[in-house]
Design a protein around this ligand. Structure first.
Ligand code: NAI
Ligand code: MG
Length: 370
């Protein structure tokens, strides 16, 4: 029996609500597989913890997390604590210290859902964004001067390193090699950001020389944002820095049905540290406590977790379960135009996964993975 340790951080708002459903799914795939076990520890690090202790996690928080195989993260953020504190003291240190330099964000329109893009269907909307997750614009390099004077100023530097750029580009190219279109789209803005982005473009060229069979396209971010809407079917893997990747994926999420459907993996490919799986949405204070949050994004992040742990057959089973429920259309949360609650949606996905697992195709696939 192979055991995986999972650190669970439900966080704030709808975080705990959607985490609950994703844990049900984890338990279900564990039962179906039969040869694996997940052990959990749950940490109450969130804004309430901050109000009590003056920090988002204990001083040795990262030390505590370091030895887990993976982290399952809900969302943080509450109106009672400034957002830059909850983000900078919890999520960003985990992403950086654990070298989770890949932020993997699939943009995929599930069967049965319609895109806001009137002429695009699920065959047109199936690509993956690789976002650099440790540097770029989200660097703490900078500061403020002359506070409370008319000369007040703030500088935040955009940090692009050769090391950080090479590793994210190699990852993106290797991912492109595994996919059907053999194409990598790179976000840049070297026409206007003439130091860091020209450096990035040079590294793209150098790294790309190792992958001559992959078709590389570089687009300025403004044009790329427009192409997301106009010709999403041309994308396969899209790579960009921290800020561009962040913005593009909220746009991507909106194209495939909204934030309730967009998962992400913060990946340390070398597995020297735990990787962290979460939805890309936040704590959604506007609907928190109502039991109506869509748990799909969080459950999908468990599918990405299975891929990362080397069990893609379980990842596929989970994603197919989600897609089947959405496609049948009977159980839908309000963001998808239905009236089912979070729990009902989670239960429907669990039942569907169990049902699919009994089918010959899945049964064979799962047995083969032992
Ligand atoms: P948000 O993603 O929490 O919400 C944006 C909108 O999407 C809201 O109308 C919300 O109701 C809806 N929404 C989000 N997830 C949903 C779901 N699963 N089902 C149905 N509807 C859903 O972003 P917002 O409002 O900008 O931020 C709220 C808080 O979350 C802030 O404190 C922010 O800092 C934090 N945040 C945390 C993140 C994280 O933990 N990784 C990421 C983004 C924001
Ligand atoms: Mg974002």
């Amino acid at each position: 029996m192979k055991t995986y340790s999972v650190a669970v951080i439900p966080g704030d708002g709808i975080g705990p609500e959607v985490i609950r459903e994703s844990l049900k799914v984890l338990k279900t795939v564990e039962e179906i597989h039969g040869g694996i076990r997940f052990t959990y520890d749950t940490f109450d690090w969130n804004c309430a913890y901050y109000l009590k202790h003056g920090r988002m996690m204990p001083e040795n928080g990262l030390e505590i997390l370091k030895d887990y195989d993976v982290i399952l993260f809900g969302a943080v953020g509450d109106p009672s604590v400034p957002d830059h504190i909850s983000v900078w003291e919890l999520i960003l240190p985990i992403r950086r210290e654990f070298q989770q330099y890949v932020n993997l964000r699939p943009i995929k329109l599930l069967r049965g859902l319609e895109s806001h893009l009137r002429y695009k269907n699920h065959e047109d909307l199936d690509f993956i964004v690789v976002r650099e997750n440790t540097e770029g614009e989200y660097s703490s390099m900078g500061g403020r001067m002359h506070s409370n004077t008319p000369h007040e100023m703030a500088v935040q530097n955009n940090v692009i390193t050769r090391f950080g750029s090479e590793r994210i580009l190699h990852y993106a190219y290797r991912l492109a090699e595994q996919r059907s279109k053999q194409r990598l789209t790179v976000a840049t803005k070297s026409n206007a950001i003439n130091h860091t982005m020209t450096f990035w473009d040079e590294i793209v060229k150098e790294v790309g020389a190792n992958y001559p069979h992959i078709d590389t396209e570089l687009y300025h971010i403004d044009a790329l944002a427009a192409y997301f809407i106009l010709k999403p079917e041309t994308f396969d893997v899209v790579v960009g820095g921290n800020l561009f990747g962040d913005i593009l994926t909220d746009l991507g999420a909106a194209m495939v049905g909204g934030l309730g459907l967009a998962p992400s993996g913060n990946i340390n490919p070398e597995k020297n540290y735990p990787s962290m799986f979460e939805a890309i949405h936040g704590s959604a204070p506007d609907i928190a406590g109502k039991g109506i949050a869509n748990p799909i994004a969080q459950i999908w992040s468990v599918s990405l977790m299975m891929d990362h742990l080397g069990m893609p057959e379980l990842g596929k089973l989970i994603l197919d379960g989600i897609e089947e429920v959405v496609s049948e259309g009977e159980v839908r949360t309000p963001d998808l135009g239905g009236n089912a609650g979070t729990e009902r949606m989670g239960d429907a996905i669990v039942s569907k996964i169990k049902e699919l697992a009994k089918k010959k195709r899945y049964n064979k696939m799962i047995k083969a993975s032992h």
